[in-house]
Structures are given as structure tokens and as C-alpha cells.
Design a protein around this ligand. Structure first.
Ligand code: NAD
Ligand SMILES: O=C(O)C1=N[C@H](C(=O)O)CCC1
Length: 233
């Protein structure tokens, strides 16, 4: 598969190594000191750049009819306009706040736990995410996905918030500690006990493998897909 890498930082480099090992070819890179190759030569683009750059990179791929797998977080205020552009251009698109198989299983566990906990009003729920100090956005895209799923099951929570003790808000605490690849914990606390689930990434390999899996899935398809479609969850 001929891959374009839009964004060549920590994730772009990890994806490059794993893709080459798996027999794929990197035909284009941007986000390096200068562009390498031609985007038009790619069969699929994998986008891990910055919140500011993601939307224009995605739209460029739609124009060129190149399927695009996007892992960049922090641009979701533009999500519906990107989806509309994808439909207008008859493009191919997958966005996931987290491409790792483990986190996608964690998303399913979180949803099931939220359903189970919804009737038990004595528990209050919160989310903690910890990432490296270079991360640009807070809370993490993964924490937002987890929060949206809990809020959808709740008849009390209406939104998430980084601030503590806001009415009808699900508290997300975002911590930044050097070198942490990504840890997410959901905690339900009552006066008498506590229930927690945690996912902890040991490296970026899980994210990168999932993004390559998504690119293989998307290459010859048209339309909008999710990581749940890729993993058949
Ligand atoms: N979805 C997931 O599974 C997942 C996993 C890890 C990281 N992420 C997200 O991916 C993004 C990148 O993470 P990272 O750790 O590689 O960050 P990074 O800072 O190491 O790399 C980002 C790169 O994008 C480049 N860039 C800047 N402007 C660009 C442009 N216009 N076009 C292309 N590239 C451009 C920068 O030069 C930099 O090299 C972040 O938003 C992060 O939250 C998502
Ligand atoms: O390192 C990052 O940045 C990560 N970003 C994603 C997020 O915001 O959820 C996924 C985990 C790593």
C-alpha cells in the first residue's frame, strides 16, 4: 500500500517504521523540514499532525480523492463541516481519538459499565487522563470519547468539564507528566467504595498499528467509517 504521512512527529515516525516493516511504501511526507514525494501518488493518507493543521490536510485529501485516516485530536469543533465536505466530495474518512485496539476495547467496557452504573445514583463518576508534557490539547481526544459515552447513558450529566464541581458536568482531570504515552482512568465513587477501570499505553506502537489497520481497511472504500467498523466491535 502506498502511504502518505501527513505529520511526521512522534506518531508519523512510529507509523513509518511499522508500515515499512509490514511491506508498505511511504510515498509522501509532510511536517518534516521539507516535503518528501508527491501526495497524489498515495493510495491512502495517515494524518497525525496538529489541531491547527488537521482540517486543511483532511480537506486536501478529499479534493484529491485520497482516503484519509486521521488521528489528530483537538479539532473536533470542525468535525461536522469536515464530515459534510467528505460527503460532498464522495471522500473516504476515518477519525478516531485513539486507534489502539486496547483502547477501543476499553471504550466498549466503559460503555457497558456506564449502562450498569446509571441507576446507582450514590456513585459520582470522573475521568483522569495523563499524557506527556508536549501534548497540545486538553483534555485528550480519548477522554472526550469516554466522557461522551458516559454522558449518553446518564440522565443527570449534560457535558464534560475540566473544572471540578460544575453542576451536571462530568469532571475530566488532565495531567501532564514527562514521557507518559497515555493513561485513562474512569472512577465511580460512593461514600463506601470506589470502582475504577484504567487503560495504560506502554508505547505508541498500539496507536500506530491501529492506524495502519484502519488505512488497509479504508484504502478501497468510500464514505465515513469508525474504528469500531475496522475492528468489528
Ligand atoms: N488517535 C490516536 O490514536 C492518537 C495517538 C497518538 C497521538 N494522537 C494525536 O496525534 C497528533 C500528533 O501527535 P504526535 O505525538 O505525533 O505529535 P508531534 O508533535 O510529535 O508531531 C506532530 C507533527 O505535525 C507536524 N506538522 C505541523 N504542521 C503540519 C502540517 N500543516 N502538515 C503536516 N504536519 C504538520 C509537526 O511538525 C510535527 O512534526 C496529536 O493531535 C495527538 O493528540 C492521536
Ligand atoms: O500523545 C498524544 O497526544 C495522544 N493523543 C491521543 C488523545 O488525545 O487521546 C491518544 C493518546 C495519545
Amino acid at each position: 500500500m502506498k502511504i502518505a504521512l501527513l505529520g511526521y512527529g512522534k506518531m508519523g515516525k512510529t507509523i513509518e517504521n511499522l508500515a515499512i516493516e509490514a511491506g508498505h511504501k511511504i510515498v509522501y511526507k509532510s511536517g518534516t523540514t521539507s516535503e518528501i514525494g508527491k501526495l497524489e501518488d498515495a493510495e491512502v493518507a495517515i494524518e497525525f499532525s496538529t489541531p491547527e493543521a488537521a482540517v486543511s490536510n483532511i480537506l486536501k485529501c478529499f479534493e484529491l480523492q485520497i482516503p484519509v485516516v486521521c488521528g489528530t485530536t483537538g479539532w473536533l469543533e470542525n468535525y461536522s463541516s469536515v464530515i459534510n465536505s467528505c460527503k460532498e466530495c464522495n471522500g473516504s474518512f476515518i477519525y478516531a481519538s485513539n486507534f489502539s485496539v486496547g483502547v477501543n476495547l476499553f471504550f466498549s467496557i466503559n460503555e457497558k459499565l456506564a449502562k450498569l452504573m446509571a441507576p446507582w445514583k450514590e456513585y459520582s463518576v470522573s475521568i483522569e487522563e495523563i499524557h506527556h508534557t508536549e501534548k497540545k490539547d486538553a483534555p485528550s481526544g480519548t477522554a472526550i470519547t469516554i466522557a461522551d459515552s458516559i454522558i449518553a447513558q446518564s440522565d443527570n450529566l449534560e457535558r464534560w468539564s475540566l473544572e471540578s464541581k460544575k453542576d451536571h458536568s462530568l469532571r475530566i482531570s488532565a495531567k501532564r507528566i514527562a514521557d507518559v504515552k497515555g493513561t485513562h482512568t474512569v472512577t465511580y465513587e460512593s461514600d463506601v467504595d470506589e470502582i475504577s477501570i484504567t487503560h495504560k499505553a506502554k508505547s505508541r506502537i498500539g496507536f500506530a498499528k491501529g492506524a495502519i489497520l484502519a488505512a488497509v481497511f479504508l484504502k478501497d472504500k468510500k464514505g465515513l467509517f469508525t474504528m469500531q467498523d475496522v475492528l468489528d466491535l
